[in-house]
Design a protein around this ligand. Structure first.
Ligand code: FAD
Length: 170
């Protein structure tokens, strides 16, 4: 049975943590120099296929927010199951510099070994409470097969298939 609770920050965080997501590392910078910055984000979503748009929701207090605004471009690396240590690294948790390697693609830095790479140009940035929604046009993409890293109730998980013959499978 569900119970009504007051809409406080912790209650909202707990409830929305039950919406399962993948995990990305958002990156920005020239891709070649010391100006590369990365951060872990699961508030990433597809927005439109035509034109091809995605968005990332970045806390205004995160260093990444000002850096995306300054550069006007960002990369999204969708992490594979084996990259859980990398996701912690880019969330300010346990560092694992030995697992961090950037590749430059489409003029943005991206994280080596990810399932998908998107190179995006910012087309709109909307202030939204304590976050900014950075809408990006996908200029180029690269994708490979593998299992995703999954985030649910604040813990990292692996995916389990319950039905393989869905008609919209892609
Ligand atoms: P910092 O905290 O300074 O950097 C983040 C980490 O990345 C640091 O440890 C830093 O050393 C490392 N790093 C950065 N650049 C490099 C580099 N070039 N080489 C090596 N290491 C580097 N926050 C949101 O705003 N939106 C979200 O959607 C979101 N989703 C999250 C999902 C998960 C699963 C987790 C665990 C956290 C999420 N966060 C999200 C929180 C966010 O990842 C952290 O608050 C992060 O620390 C903010 O980064 P920052 O830009 O302030 O930079």
């Amino acid at each position: 049975m569900t119970t009504g609770v007051a809409v406080t920050g912790p209650a909202l965080r707990k409830a929305l943590g039950r919406f399962v997501s993948g995990v990305t590392v958002v990156t920005t910078g020239s891709g070649s120099g010391d100006d590369v910055h990365g951060m872990t984000a699961n508030a990433f979503t597809s927005v439109s296929l035509d034109p091809p748009l995605v968005l990332v929701s970045i806390a205004t207090k995160a260093r990444m927010d000002a850096k995306i605004a300054e550069n006007g471009r960002y990369g999204v690396s969708i992490l594979c199951r084996e990259q859980e240590p990398v996701s912690l690294h880019f969330a300010g948790g346990t560092p694992c510099p030995e697992r961090v390697r950037f590749v430059e693609r489409g003029g943005v830095p991206l994280l080596d070994g990810a399932l998908v790479h998107l190179a995006c140009s910012v087309v709109d940035s909307h202030p939204a409470g304590d976050h900014t929604l950075h809408v990006g046009r996908v200029d180029e993409l690269w994708s490979c097969h593998g299992d995703p890293l999954v985030f649910f109730t604040g813990t990292f998980r692996a995916l389990e298939i319950v039905r393989e013959d869905a008609p919209w499978g892609f």
